[in-house]
Design a protein around this ligand. Structure first.
Ligand code: IMP
Length: 408
């Protein structure tokens, strides 16, 4: 079986934890998009691991992980991450592979990325990891792929600085490089997880362009960047938080009071630890945006949703979610492409009673307080999509499975 896990908001939905949890039943985990801009946090035995490039299945000793063809990979960042894992007792030798069609991020891309964003009239607020530059080099047909490392003429043509940078890595990279199409074809009976990065609303095509990242964060990207056809994929899981966050600039209709850092914003940011894993920036926070979530369900063919961070709301008397936008005199229920509309959109909020109880010690969905169940079931009805997993804490055990996606 082949399952896709993607973010259904603006990234940071908790995909790392969910991929780590589901990887228990997988043999191979393929990250299909993005680069070191991503930050996936996993908590295991009270230890926190922040991963940027290495797929989240790595913490199991027996899983194979692949950095897919849709990724742009900075070798320094990748080897640093592997060293960090090794130092903490995670053996990675012989388990980490790189698709030969993935692109290399050179140091100069990072510098250009930062300079270019600063020069924009409306900066995107990139993570400054050279991601956009690498993807634009790719689409201009000037990028360098891992496959090219064995092509002498191409290596000879490289700029001096690029060649000096990459050459010391070649011997270590060589045994890791695979043709992902055939690697997966030869393992067609394996349980495979395709792990997305960022989220639907940061997807280059489906997101809030130009305030997006440059890779394919939507489910279709799993096929392209994972080197399989779309019909090979058996299911799509969309991960979302019980509220919404965004890092960087761009429209965010359900953002908590934009003018003052109100108490709710502070409460959610601190309780949910809403600071970027890659940049440390405080995340912008807001109400759950059901208009955007329903759009993510439609545009990704999401079969089931995974709700995370529900426990962050444990202490609140009242919970609100955005069910439509007011744009001028219009009430809009479909997520607009127009940035002007999104900038002008005011959230139409629906209120729910809080549950005022600790969810993190519940073992089954049936033990949830009624108001928490009502919140969950309203989201399911609104999005016409079941919520099959609810996460109520960072640990693997704080995960309530209503229906396992591995079983159809
Ligand atoms: P870039 O991917 O570094 O070019 O950044 C483009 C936009 O995507 C910026 O607003 C970033 O903050 C945002 N972004 C990129 N990666 C992530 C992520 O993993 N989580 C959340 N936001 C991200």
């Amino acid at each position: 079986m082949k399952l896709v896990v993607i973010g259904a908001q603006w990234g940071d939905e908790g995909k790392g934890k969910i991929v780590d949890y589901l990887a228990n039943e997988a043999q191979i985990i393929v990250r299909f998009s993005g680069g070191a801009n991503a930050g996936h946090t996993i908590v295991l035995d009270d230890q926190e691991y922040a991963l940027h490039l290495i797929p989240s299945g790595i913490l199991y000793p027996d899983k194979m992980v692949v950095l897919g063809a849709g990724m742009v990979i900075d070798p320094v960042a990748m080897f640093n991450e592997l060293s960090m894992l090794n130092e903490r007792g995670i053996e990675t030798e012989g388990r980490v592979f790189i698709a030969d069609r993935a692109h290399i991020v050179f140091p100069r891309y990072t510098e250009i990325d930062r300079e270019r964003d600063l020069k924009r009239k409306q900066p995107i607020g990139t993570t400054g990891r050279g991601i956009g530059i690498s993807y634009s080099m790719k689409s201009e047909r000037d990028g360098i792929r891992f496959a090219d490392l064995a092509w002498k003429q191409k290596m000879d043509e490289l700029d001096r600085a690029d060649r000096d940078f990459i050459e010391p890595f070649i011997d270590r990279l060589r045994p890791m490089i695979v043709d992902l199409s055939y690697y997966l074809k030869h393992r067609h009976n394996a349980q495979i997880l395709f792990e997305g990065a960022q989220g639907t609303l940061l997807d280059l095509d489906n997101g809030t362009y130009p305030y997006v990242s440059s890779g394919m964060s939507c489910a279709a990207g799993a096929a392209v960047g994972g080197c399989v056809g779309p019909r090979a994929l058996d299911g799509v899981l969309g991960v979302f938080k019980a509220y919404t966050t965004r890092v960087g600039n761009g429209p965010f209709p359900s953002e908590f009071d934009k003018d003052s850092e109100d108490d709710l914003c502070r409460f959610v940011r601190e309780t949910g630890r809403e600071y970027g894993v890659t940049t440390g920036r405080p995340r912008r926070c807001g109400y759950l945006d059901l208009v955007a979530l329903r759009y993510a369900c439609i545009t990704n063919s999401i079969d089931s949703l995974v709700m995370t961070h529900l426990d962050v709301y444990d202490a609140l008397d009242e919970i609100k979610a955005c069910v439509a936008y007011r744009i001028g005199s219009r009430i809009v229920e479909d997520f607009p492409a127009s940035i002007e509309d999104l900038n002008n959109a005011k959230p139409v909020l629906r209120s729910f009673p809080g549950w005022k109880r600790n969810l993190s010690d519940r073992l089954t969905y049936e033990e949830f307080p009624t108001p928490a169940m009502e919140y969950i079931e309203l989201i399911e009805r609104f999005c016409e999509t079941p919520i099959t997993i609810v996460s109520v804490g960072y640990e693997r055990k704080a995960t309530i499975i209503r229906k396992s996606p591995w079983r159809t």
